[in-house]
Design a protein around this ligand. Structure first.
Ligand SMILES: [Zn+2]
Length: 212
């Protein structure tokens, strides 16, 4: 069952920008939602690579996941801005060859990382209609705990139960959020399975669900 991919519309002033971080776009990310259709949106190479490491059930979740990954990846760059002000850096006396180079590039690296984290993207539409209504549907609850996102919950339970986080996310995408507990049990069952076995299992369960 193949789904037709619809290209989302981009505001004129955001043309050629990545929907996640607003750096220049370098390709398209295709989001296949569990219920509806598949949509494609412009993204930069790095955000595309990050997003493609997960199966998530909403673009909102993808957004949080990409931002979270960027935040971890560029923690050092971002720290420059919390440890220094631009003026302090300029007056730092870092004028030797090595530190002078740091001075020149450090603030720039900080600004790039900061702007990527803060970039808000734009509302995604296809033919003028919003792609996702659940963008405001923030938070996810399981086992008496409330998380900022489904992905945050998957991260928590994977850490505490020693599970494959990406596999758990892929299961939830197929089964639906309301069956998170069931997805957890399956992830536990497949704890020691190989990547190939997991892939095979995901394929089977997807076929099963499609027949329901
Ligand atoms: Zn990006």
């Amino acid at each position: 069952m193949s789904k037709e991919v619809a290209l989302t519309e981009t505001p004129f002033d955001k043309r050629h920008l990545c929907w996640f971080c607003e750096e220049p776009a370098g390709g398209l990310f295709t989001f296949v939602s569990p219920q509806t259709s598949a949509v494609a949106l412009p993204v930069c190479r790095e955000c595309k690579q990050i997003a493609n490491t997960r199966e998530l059930d909403s673009l909102y979740e993808y957004r949080l996941y990409v931002k979270d990954t960027l935040l971890k990846r560029y923690a050092k760059h971002l720290a420059i801005g919390s440890n220094w002000t631009r003026e302090e850096l300029e007056d730092s006396g870092f004028d030797c060859k090595i530190l002078g180079g740091f001075k020149k590039s450090a603030w720039f690296m900080y600004e790039v990382a900061r702007d990527r984290i803060n970039a808000r993207g734009w509302p995604l539409t296809v033919n003028g209609l919003p792609v996702e209504e659940s963008v405001t549907d923030i938070g996810f609850e399981h086992g008496g705990l409330t998380f900022s996102s489904l992905n945050a919950a998957a991260h928590h339970f994977s850490q505490t139960q020693g599970l494959d986080e990406a596999f758990l996310c892929a299961l939830v995408k197929i089964l639906g959020r309301d069956r998170f507990g069931y997805a957890l049990r399956l992830a536990n069952l497949y704890r020691v399975a190989s990547a190939k076995e997991k892939k095979q299992f995901l394929r089977e369960i997807k076929e099963d669900e499609a027949q329901l």
